[in-house]
Design a protein around this ligand. Structure first.
Ligand code: SAM
Length: 259
């Protein structure tokens, strides 16, 4: 029998990314709109995930433009119903990016997952931007989380951040991004950071419960977070009176000279 296109693992990832997109897309769209994304642009999104930004870009650039979306796993992007979409499977740590040149080259929530390759991938992304075009990156920074109350929340995040480092995941990358983009030598990039306030039981809380469930076994086995502590942090998110700050998302953008 033919295998269903999305196995269980992909469906869970779809749900997680769907929640994440609902939280982050308004921020991302606001920046991209201000940067002038419009009809006829040719865009490259790296690490397109579930394709929510890809799909929005396809609508914004219209039939006269195009969006190329690259990911290690493109099953979800391929579900985007757009005729101006080009999908490419690639591990961007090792593969060349499509050459372009593009009006916009962007990524969101990718570089923190391939932290030691981030400067190299940024250099490849920058090379694909046309003169006068825009480079846009938006990545998380969880440095507030270990400073918030109660201790169960703060310590869980401290442990998660440590565990991330062992996986080449840098959950504090946001604050390093402006410097990384500056080192491309395009002059001064601009940067801004948004902070999400999470209330127990709401969407942001459910996203992190999902996330805790996904990583629990690996994180506990690593010894970075104790199972009981993680459970206490998980339960806090069931309380509608619990408010916390969790992630910040740092957006950095720069325009290539010329054009
Ligand atoms: C946290 S998700 C973010 C997805 C999407 N950009 C968003 O913000 O909703 C990270 C995405 O990067 C992709 N990814 C991770 N490592 C990659 C690599 N080495 N090459 C290409 N894609 C990668 C994953 O498959 C996943 O789709």
């Amino acid at each position: 029998m033919k295998q269903y296109i999305l196995g269980n693992e992909a469906i869970i990832e779809y749900q997680r990314l769907d929640l994440m997109s609902k939280i982050l897309d308004p921020w991302t769209r606001r920046y991209l709109t201000a940067l002038g994304v419009t009809r006829g642009w040719n865009c490259l999104e790296v690490g397109g995930g579930n394709g929510s930004v890809t799909e929005w870009l396809c609508q914004e650039v219209g039939p006269g433009g195009s969006v190329t979306s690259v990911d290690l796993d493109t099953r979800l992007i391929r579900l985007v119903p757009a005729r101006n979409l080009i999908v490419r499977d690639a591990d961007v740590r090792t593969a060349d990016l499509p050459e372009g040149p593009y009006d916009l080259v962007m990524c969101r929530a990718l570089l923190h997952q391939i932290a030691s390759f981030a400067p190299e991938v940024l250099t490849k992304m920058a090379a694909a931007v046309r003169p006068g075009g825009v480079l846009f990156v938006q990545e998380p920074d969880f440095s507030l989380a270990p400073t918030t109350a109660p201790e169960a929340w703060a310590k869980t995040w401290q442990g998660l951040i440590e565990w991330g480092r062992t996986q080449d995941v840098d959950w504090l990358i946001g604050r390093k991004l402006p410097g990384m983009v500056s080192r491309l030598g395009w002059g001064h990039p601009e940067a801004a950071t948004d902070v999400q306030h999470i209330r127990g039981t709401e969407r942001g809380a459910r996203y992190f419960q999902f996330f805790f469930d996904m990583v629990r076994d690996r994180v506990v086995a690593s010894g970075c977070v104790d199972a009981a502590l993680l459970e206490r942090a998980h339960r806090l998110l069931d309380d509608s009176d619990y408010w916390t700050q969790c992630w910040m998302m740092t957006a950095v953008w720069a325009r290539k000279a010329g054009g």
